[in-house]
Design a protein around this ligand. Structure first.
Ligand code: ADP
Length: 650
């Protein structure tokens, strides 16, 4: 009983005094009295008593009328009606009207108290429902708090913030005075306070606990939580004195990283129960995940910084672009090569920033595999650039400075050109005298055979020298004379010049040449040489009875020449080198003559025309050489319009 307020209504003073002074007040209730129904109605509305104990027969308002008036006013406190008339009919009427209990007068003290207690006690169902609701509310609050900490965990990389939220939540969910998160320093074996709630700042900063002989250390060693003060609250020696405490281990991959703790120091403070362990265990898991995330992040950050340093400091230029050719990454060497030092280039189009046609040409090439090009820079340096597609990112261009190699190559070429030139005259003399031998006297069979062999060898050397001189001229860029050229016409002349050889090998030589394709801007003799060399190779490397097809096609701004054969093909390992000087693939049939210079000449000519060449081939199935040349654009080329219209026959 705890001082519930009772409004006692009775017109008989002795009944009022008896009930108030002898029964109700001694039982702990506070009592207000009224001697008629009207006063009672006013008091009931003003004071809102916990219970009304009222007589039935009173002048003015009866007990039942008082009950009805209160109900009409929306006030329904427990109402016990007393009446001298103990008829069944009245008690039934009263209970039907909603009166809580009916007592027949004269009333007995025990009956009155029993009726009051029962009227004030909530019905058992409501009582347990109330408890369940409270528990449910508590659980919901717990879940909301845990959810909020979980959100911080996923949305923040700030470890201090997450750990502070964990400790705050631990304190609020367990009703603790203090909370702390201790982490093990693996080097010293000490526990440091990484986050705290309601501890003095200075204390937190200087806190150091040896793990061997402390309670927290025991949790670290065993991996088991500790709860103290449940049965008989005692003062426990940790680093400070507490009344009740829970330490929960922070576990990750079988290791214990630290301890999440809550405690109450006050003797009168709350004593933790086993039920407090569950939310703390979840919070400890959150903290362990946050620490693991932070460690993983800092590890990957360190790795990234290392890779970044390597990439930035390497002597080779590296540029990575996305599929729209916007810069994703560019290192120091590449910035220096394209004069982009200090500029903010990330996400900008490489084509807009860098005015280098070689690079543009390389990027314009939509390659599935690696492709290669030489880039000449404004300062004359030459870079060997490899373009590699990177799935999901775009393309990477790696560039090495090969200027010194190019210089060596030039010196060597100059030397070869000079020597070749000087060899030509004596060779012409040898050939002339060999031809004369038969005229100055009869030769026997063996001598005739020797003469044939000498002539064959001199011819081979002569064609080698012709190729070398040719290459020297093309590389030196002597063929600057360019005009609008009908590619189909050029190719047709080349095909006509070699069709006898294809016939001799019973090969099917077909062409697909549009009669008047849009012209390309170039040197007709050199372009014919390109077609002739490619066709010559196709005939050479295709066995008897094979098929060869020569085609010219056009795209929006390019002319394409394709020479396809069903010949021996080229191994994948040889394909990157066949355009190099003197390179002949391993599987070339012995009896096929060649210098290994034809494709170098072709490549040089194509590049001099701003075009590109590549091969697709499968050993045993054949090869397809593709040459792409830019279309003639009068506004870009210094050719008079009248001349551009006519194409030169040769
Ligand atoms: P070569 O004088 O040896 O023909 P090229 O420079 O023209 O020199 O060609 C280089 C090498 O490329 C050849 O030796 C040959 O191995 C290979 N090659 C060129 N064209 C073809 C082709 N159509 N089919 C097969 N292999 C070819």
């Amino acid at each position: 009983m705890s001082g519930e307020r009772i409004l006692l209504v009775d017109d008989a003073r002795e009944v009022r005094d008896f009930l108030a002074d002898v029964v109700l007040r001694p039982a702990g209730y506070s009592v207000v009295t009224a001697n008629d129904g009207e006063t009672a109605l006013r008091l009931a509305q003003e004071r809102l008593p916990d219970l009304i104990l009222s007589d039935m027969q009173m002048p003015g308002l009866t007990g039942l009328a008082l009950h009805a008036a209160l109900a009409a006013a929306g006030k329904r406190p427990p109402f016990i009606l007393m009446s001298a008339e103990s008829s069944k009919e009245l008690s039934a009427r009263a209970l039907k009207a909603g009166v809580t209990a009916f007592l027949a007068k004269p009333v007995d003290a025990d009956d009155v108290l029993a009726a009051i207690r029962q009227a004030l006690a909530p019905p058992p169902a409501a009582r347990s429902l109330g408890t369940a609701t409270l528990m449910l509310e508590k659980k919901v609050r717990q879940l909301e708090t845990l959810q909020a900490v979980g959100r911080t965990l996923t949305s923040s990389l700030d470890l201090d913030k997450v750990l502070s939220r964990v400790v705050e939540a631990a304190v609020s969910l367990t009703g603790a005075e203090e909370g702390s998160l201790l982490l093990l320093d693996e080097h010293t074996g000490e526990l440091l306070m990484r986050a705290a709630r309601n501890f003095d700042d200075q204390f937190v900063r200087t806190f150091r606990l040896r793990s061997e002989d402390s309670l927290a250390g025991q949790v670290i060693r065993t991996g088991q939580p500790v709860i103290l003060g449940v049965d008989s609250p005692t003062k426990i020696k940790t680093a400070y004195l507490v009344h009740s405490l829970i330490y929960m281990p922070l576990r990750m991959h079988g290791r214990v990283l630290g301890v999440l703790g809550v405690d109450n120091r006050q003797q009168g403070g709350r004593t933790f129960t086993e039920a407090d362990k569950a939310p703390l265990a979840v919070l400890a898991d959150f903290a362990a995940v946050a620490i693991e995330n932070a460690q993983a992040y800092s590890r990957s950050d360190a790795e990234r910084a290392k890779l970044d340093a390597i990439l930035q400091e390497t002597e080779d230029g590296v540029v990575v672009v996305d599929d729209a050719n916007r810069i994703v990454l560019i290192n120091r060497a590449a910035r220096a090569a394209f004069n982009l030092d200090g500029a903010n280039v990330e996400n900008q189009s490489l084509g807009n920033l860098v005015n280098n046609n070689d690079l543009r040409g390389l990027l314009a090439h939509v390659a599935v595999h690696t492709s290669r090009a030489e880039l000449t820079l404004d300062d004359g340096r030459v870079l060997n650039a490899h373009l590699t597609p990177i799935a999901g990112i775009g393309r990477a261009v790696v560039m090495q400075d090969i200027t010194h190699l190019k210089q060596l190559d030039r010196i060597k070429s100059d030397f070869v050109t000079t020597v070749s030139h000087d060899l030509r005259s004596p060779l012409t003399a040898i050939l002339g005298y060999v031809e004369l031998l038969a005229r100055v006297g009869p030769l026997n069979d063996q001598q005739t055979d020797f003469v044939r062999r000498v002539r064959y060898s001199v011819n081979a050397i002569t064609s080698l020298i012709t190729d070398l001189l040719d290459l020297g001229r093309v590389e030196a860029g002597f063929d600057t004379q360019k005009e609008a050229v009908n590619l189909s016409l050029v190719v047709r002349y080349a095909v006509e010049g070699l069709s006898n050889r294809a016939e001799a090998k019973k090969q099917k030589l077909a062409t697909k040449l549009p009669p008047t394709p849009p012209p390309v801007y170039g040197n007709p003799i050199r372009l014919r040489q390109v077609a002739s060399n490619l066709l010559d190779n196709a005939i050479k490397y295709t066995p008897e009875g094979g098929a060869i097809m020569v085609m010219v096609q056009e795209t929006e701004d390019q002319e394409i020449l394709m020479v396809q054969d069903s010949g021996v093909g080229i191994a994948l390992a040889d394909q990157p080198y066949i355009f190099d000087k003197f390179y002949r693939a391993k599987g070339v049939p012995e009896n096929v003559p060649g210098t290994g210079l034809g494709l170098s000449i072709v490549k040089s000519i194509v590049e001099n025309h701003g075009g590109r060449i590549w091969v697709e081939s499968k050993p045993g199935e054949g090869s397809l050489f593709t040459v792409v040349l830019p279309k003639y654009k009068p506004e870009e080329s210094p050719v008079p319009a009248a001349r551009a219209a006519k194409t030169t026959p040769f």
